[in-house]
Design a protein around this ligand. Structure first.
Ligand SMILES: [Zn+2]
Length: 165
């Protein structure tokens, strides 16, 4: 059975150009069913392909290729992480990642097996940590509420990408 989980945006932290991750403390149990392809939709024009590569490298997760697409809809596509604009975001949200997954029981744990993700990003936010945060969700990482951590759920970007208290 498939279930769809919507995750609220949020944010992260630190100064522009630096990303702080407590990577070894994250829950690494969730995984992708297949190696995903990353689709950059042209209407998400804030982050360049190089910035997307940088964000993917921050996670060190596998992907098959990065495709830039002229026109995108907001539909989830199996096997793909789609990065699209934030027109459908609610007020006050800078980003929002939704994904399909199936729960799998492994040993005594239930983990998520992902097969698609849609990353919506407000085009007014230029801080690449937003992209890293949301791609983290796309790859199955959850919030990690430690100060300055890129996956924390409570610190916020302002539209110039600065730290906002
Ligand atoms: Zn989040």
């Amino acid at each position: 059975m498939k279930s769809l989980l919507f995750l609220l945006l949020t944010c992260s932290n630190t100064a522009i150009g630096s990303t702080y991750m407590n990577y070894n403390s994250y829950n690494h149990d969730n995984y992708w069913k297949m190696t995903p392809e990353v689709v950059i939709c042209k209407n998400q024009t804030v982050f360049t392909k190089n910035q997307v590569i940088h964000a993917l490298e921050a996670w060190g997760e596998k992907y098959t290729k990065i495709v830039i697409r002229e026109k995108c809809n907001y539909k989830i596509e199996i096997g793909k992480i789609k990065i699209i604009d934030g027109k459908k975001l609610k007020t006050g949200e800078w980003g929002y990642t939704s994904y399909f997954f199936v729960n799998r029981d492994i040993g005594n744990k239930t983990v998520r097996e992902h097969d698609s993700a849609l990353v919506q990003l407000d085009r007014n936010v230029t801080n690449v940590n937003l992209l890293i945060h949301e791609l983290g969700h796309a790859f199955g990482y959850d919030h990690y509420d430690r100060k300055d951590d890129v996956m924390n759920s409570y610190e916020h970007y302002d539209y110039s990408g600065k730290y906002l208290y």
